[in-house]
Design a protein around this ligand. Structure first.
Ligand code: ASP
Length: 438
């Protein structure tokens, strides 16, 4: 029998009605054997996620404030799910324990993790699945990094003993037994880790959208869904702001060659987006797979006559960035100029020092900084085979009267990145989309 690991996001488990929907999705395919839940998310736009309420509890205890009210709201959310589903189970002992631990300042990560822990217990009861506490199977090292190999060995062994189980997302434990969480949205990572350990055939990630779209729907009207995307294309797009899946969720399954299917809990018949290691297939009508972009970049331009002949010039500039602990995005260069594209926020507090250090290190003829750059990544595995993709991008942008400030094409021909003024960003995105999707 196939094994599928299914992860449900917070909005998919926000209330009893969604729990029913989740159970029906799991019940529809018996290979859906391992379930990774998030904490209850928002039921309506102004609602608060349980995870955020737990962070608030932690902060309030630290400030010596009373958490009776807010903890009461958390209790009520879980209890209403249990009651409405008619589950014969009381969460009271668990809730009392968690409350006591919060009051005794058991740590910020512990507080946050209880959202998925409690939700996991309820979901396991409702489905009739075993419950596996992530603290016993997901491990971090002393330095706080995730211990993939140790986790894979132990988790794999535990899963073999449990044919059907719920493993709460988002957290694991440190070598000293304390709880540690991944960064926000980290249940996606847990799902991926469980899929690898279970040697799953597929990792289904159920959320509230039917997969990835070819462009941001807030900018482009009704963008087409992406049916298939490779891990590498997805990395490029998510780095540039396409956020459906946590960035780090790709690694464990990619390592094991397990595809991810993004699905919509509220529209279970939609095929969603399939994320795969490799595929030759692409839709020749659309040479590109997707477009994404971000504002908020700055360019440092360094000029020096005969720069090209000065051995070690680039290294010395980059060394300054390294010392200041600033990462750069792109390095477009000319014969006597070198530009460095940096996230403006990251550079902000180091700005003066950074420029002074570069001057000291390479003694340029001039150095300047310009803010307000937006980057757009046009991503597509089809670009390798199609001629004239870059020309089409440039023509579309030019026709929209947008000036391109920077161009970068990776040698793998998977993407073309252009830099435009922030105020041209939306126009450029729409023009490129329209050029490729007719
Ligand atoms: N509940 C956590 C959060 O809100 C983790 C997750 O949902 O993936 O970030």
């Amino acid at each position: 029998m196939q094994v599928k690991v299914v992860k449900f996001g917070g909005s998919s488990l926000a209330d009893a009605e969604h729990f029913r929907q989740v159970a029906s999705i799991i019940g529809a395919d018996e290979s859906r054997r391992y379930v990774v839940p998030s904490a209850p998310g928002k039921r309506f736009p102004e609602d608060t996620k349980v995870t955020d309420m737990l962070y608030t509890c932690y902060e309030m205890v630290r400030r010596g404030e009373d958490i009776t009210d807010i903890f009461g709201q958390i209790r009520a959310r879980y209890n209403s799910i249990i009651e409405e589903l008619g589950i014969d189970y009381s969460l009271e002992d668990e809730l009392t324990f968690v409350r006591g631990a919060l009051l005794h300042n058991s740590g910020r990560d512990y507080a946050a993790s209880r959202g998925e822990y409690l939700n996991g217990i309820i979901l396991a009861k409702y489905l009739g699945f075993d419950f596996i506490d992530a603290a016993n199977v997901i491990f971090f090292r002393d330095d706080g990094t995730f211990d993939a190999e140790h986790t894979n060995a132990i988790l794999g062994e535990v899963l073999r003993r449990h044919p059907r189980a719920v493993i709460p997302g988002f957290y694991g434990s440190m070598p000293n037994g304390t709880i540690k969480t991944f960064s926000r949205g980290g249940s996606d990572i847990t799902g991926s880790i469980v899929a690898r350990a279970a040697e799953a055939d597929l990792y289904e990630n159920w959320t509230d959208v039917s997969g990835f779209l070819m462009a941001d729907p807030r900018i482009v009207e009704n963008p087409l869904p992406i049916e298939t995307i490779t891990y590498r294309e997805l990395r490029e797009l998510s780095y540039m702001g396409a956020t459906v899946l946590h960035e780090d969720a790709i690694f464990p399954v990619r390592f094991a060659g397990i595809p991810i299917n993004i699905r919509n809990t509220n529209r279970p018949d939609d095929a969603g987006t399939m994320i795969v290691a490799q595929t030759d297939s692409y839709d020749p009508d659309h040479v590109i797979t997707g477009i994404a972009g971000k504002k908020g970049f700055s360019v440092i331009t360094i000029e020096k006559d005969m720069m090209n002949a000065e051995i070690g010039f680039g290294r010395r500039v980059l060394e300054v960035l390294e010392e200041e602990k600033i990462s750069f995005e792109h390095l477009p260069s000319g014969i006597d100029t070198m530009s460095i594209v940096i996230n403006t926020q990251e550079m902000e507090e180091h700005r003066d020092r950074l420029l002074a250090q570069i001057c000291k290190s390479v003694n340029p003829d001039s150095i300047s900084v310009e803010d307000g750059l937006a980057l757009i990544a046009i991503v597509g595995r089809g670009m390798v085979k199609a001629k004239g993709t870059a020309a089409r991008v440039f023509r579309a942008v030019a026709d929209a009267s947008v000036n391109i400030r920077m161009i970068d094409q990776g040698s793998c021909e998977l993407n073309i990145i252009i830099g435009v003024e922030a105020h041209d960003f939306e126009n450029a995105m729409r023009a490129i989309y329209a050029e490729f999707v007719k």
